[in-house]
Design a protein around this ligand. Structure first.
Ligand code: PRX
Length: 656
């Protein structure tokens, strides 16, 4: 079996970047040379619509990068307006398919052309303005995956308001924390969303989140009617989407903001209990997503591009909305679950809509693989020409299945490595150029620096595993943690430094290695973050949720490998002295996590621990718990362990 896949000649011949264009465009020289790198980004930024040109390309004082200083623009002009003076005015911007609700006719499909999307965005921006939203305000978006989610994001951008999208799976508590942290003025939600034939009651969750003084910044809630069930509307505060837009004057004139203006905040898990509000700029972010979309997905006007992520995650921001729209692409959106109502749902939609690019997560691929090839083979997937993977390491077996069964052996695969913080794809094969190894994201993209180093900053040798860092700024890098510059510095720029100059480098939190051929392999997180089904969870966040339960004295959460979802969550819980372990208590604890964070964060396994293994200074030794959860025993170094009894008791439980 081959372990290298060269781009299929037919694909390479027509690709935007192939062996010929790569050197003709000078891309081979970009990453090594600072001047070339800056020229590359300057050229990439020229592809956006600017109101006024920047005077300084980059002002870099680590860890603060100011890109395109002096430039002004509005993100929606790059995503929408500029297409209206071309033939793309009547091109489909969004093709959306809903999940059938109970008793509903099979499937609802809506298409919005660029002109229609533009008009909807201007109308909704006008509605937000009527509600008192101003440039610089924060707006929370808590919607199902419907076109209005994209409309709401772009409407905020049109006004220069900063959006904070919260994934619809987050609980009222989590939503409240996020609204509070960035003091949002308005929440945009829906009565409900559809998920596996059930209604997810989003408006009820919003009401619960707002039933607390901490969310007093909220003036209004705009509610989209999606499921049609009864919801409570609070007079003065709540209004329906249609009502809000009916009397609004469309905001045809976009508000220009500086390149550094925060386009959005997106909360992500870190190593402490409190999620971080990752702030992204307007000019730099758009430069990164528009260029990477174009090169990595080999953008062609005829494509129908389906990124199956929810807009609540960064993948949905960058490759459902901003990246493709900047390029005038047609995006496909699907509201529901991948296997609902039938296991062939994905393939059926690809066939019916003639989707040409599919970008999804390894967990989905492994799930489909388990369901069996026949669900895929029933369908004509000849429209597909390129496949993508994101969010977690893809194992070679799943890669090959994706390539052979879904792609029919004809479609290159781009395994894209990046993060909420990086804003856009950092490492990926270029599909018309790169000979790819299954499981490797291959190389940093042009203009991006990635290096694998030891803890002291010295470079690792080929095949030596180390820490993945970026030594150079890039346009779509996060700007800060909302309201907490110090945390930004601490979390990303304090661990690893240039061993010669002492200059801090961006630390990704991932372990990685370059192999003998220079291909990059991501080993996964080296911090206390777990990645379950491509969803990033902070173990400290889950622990904080668990210890809120009155029966719990202490909790330690670790990840263990899971065949389908990459990792699973295991919680070791010590109860208070007067508590008795029981299955009912386990269920209550799982429920506690669901209500503090969301159902998707429920531990897969809860284990009782008489005591947790600690160092002499009182730190929980997670490494041991991780070993125990993974292998059922602990072989590692126990020298710093305070109480051998704790680990012995846990091992004994495991054997019994
Ligand atoms: O560990 C890496 C993993 O996902 C983390 C970032 O998670 P998040 O900010 O939620 O963004 C996910 C979507 C971009 C990374 O630190 N990760 C992401 N993509 C890959 C990956 N691990 C291996 N291979 C990938 N392609």
């Amino acid at each position: 079996m081959s372990d290298r896949y060269s781009p299929p000649p037919a694909f390479a011949a027509r690709a935007r970047i192939n062996a010929d264009t790569y050197s003709a465009l000078g891309l081979d020289r970009v990453s090594d040379d600072d001047a070339e790198r800056l020229a590359y980004w300057s050229h990439a930024a020229e592809a956006l619509t600017w109101r006024s040109h920047w005077h300084t390309l980059l002002d870099w004082q680590a860890p603060r990068a100011r890109w395109f200083v002096g430039g002004t623009l509005n993100a929606t002009e790059s995503c929408l307006d500029r297409h209206l003076s071309t033939w793309r005015r009547n091109k489909a911007a969004i093709i959306w398919e809903g999940e059938p609700l109970q008793g509903e006719r099979p499937t609802e499909v809506r298409t919005l052309t660029y002109q229609q999307l533009h008009d909807e965005v201007c109308r909704f921006a006008g509605a937000l303005q009527n509600l008192g939203v101003e440039t610089g305000d924060r707006v929370c978006i808590y919607l199902p995956l419907v076109p209005e989610a994209v409309i709401a994001m772009l409407a905020c951008a049109r006004l220069g308001a900063t959006h904070s999208v919260v994934f619809g799976g987050f609980s009222a508590e989590a939503l409240r924390d996020r609204i509070h942290d960035s003091a949002c003025k308005v929440v945009i939600t829906a009565d409900g969303g559809a998920r596996k034939g059930q209604i997810v009651r989003l408006k009820d969750t919003v009401d619960q989140a707002l039933s607390d003084q901490r969310t007093s910044s909220i003036r209004h809630v705009v509610v989209l009617k999606r499921t049609g069930h009864d919801v409570k509307m609070v007079p003065e505060r709540d209004l329906w989407w249609d009502e809000a837009t009916a009397n609004a004057k469309p905001l045809y004139q976009a508000v220009y903001v500086s390149a550094e203006h925060p386009l959005f905040i997106l909360y992500t898990s870190g190593t402490t209990g409190k999620p971080k509000g990752v702030v992204h700029s307007t000019g730099g972010y758009l430069t990164g997503v528009s260029r990477s979309y174009r090169f990595v997905f080999d953008h062609k006007d005829q494509d129908i591009f389906w990124c199956s992520a929810d807009v609540g995650w960064v993948t949905g921001h960058s490759y459902v909305a901003y990246g493709p729209l900047c390029n005038g692409a047609t995006i496909f959106l699907y509201e529901g679950a991948p296997t609902h109502p039938e296991p062939n749902r994905f393939w059926d939609m690809i066939e019916r809509h003639r989707i040409s690019i599919l970008y999804t997560a390894p967990t989905a691929i492994r799930t489909f693989m388990r369901l069996g090839d026949h669900h895929v083979r029933r369908h004509d997937l000849s429209s597909l020409r390129l496949l993508g993977s994101v969010g977690e390491p893809i194992n070679p077996e799943a890669w090959r299945w994706y390539h052979d069964v879904v792609g029919g052996g004809r479609c290159p695969i781009v395994d894209t490595w990046w993060q909420t913080e990086t804003g856009s794809i950092m490492a990926s094969p270029l599909p018309g150029l790169t000979t790819t190894k299954p499981g490797s994201c291959m190389k940093a993209l042009p203009g991006i620096d990635l290096c694998v180093v030891r803890a002291d900053g010295t470079a690792c040798d080929p095949s030596e595993q180390g820490l993945l860092v970026s030594r150079k700024p890039w346009p779509s890098m996060m700007q800060t943690v909302w309201g907490d510059d110090e945390r930004y510095r601490q979390a990303y720029w304090s661990q690893i430094k240039d061993p010669v100059t002492g200059q801090p480098w961006y630390f990704t939190g991932d372990g990685a290695r370059f192999d003998e051929d220079g291909a990059l392999w991501i080993a996964g997180r080296v911090d206390d973050v777990v990645n379950v089904a491509g969803h990033r969870l902070g173990t400290a966040e889950i622990e904080s949720a668990l210890v809120l339960h009155p029966a719990v004295a202490e909790a330690a959460v670790v990840g263990r490998p899971d065949e389908v979802r990459g990792q699973a969550v295991v919680a070791f819980v010590t109860l208070k002295a007067d508590q008795t372990p029981s299955d009912a208590l386990k269920a209550a604890l799982a429920k506690q996590v669901a209500s503090e964070i969301g159902s998707f964060a429920r531990p897969d396994e809860i284990r009782w621990a008489g005591a947790l293994p600690k160092t002499r200074s009182g730190k929980i030794m997670r490494r041991l718990l991780r070993e125990l959860a993974t292998k059922g025993r602990v072989d590692g170094d126990l020298t710093s362990l305070e109480d051998f009894g704790a680990i012995a008791a846990l091992q004994k439980d495991d054997e019994s």
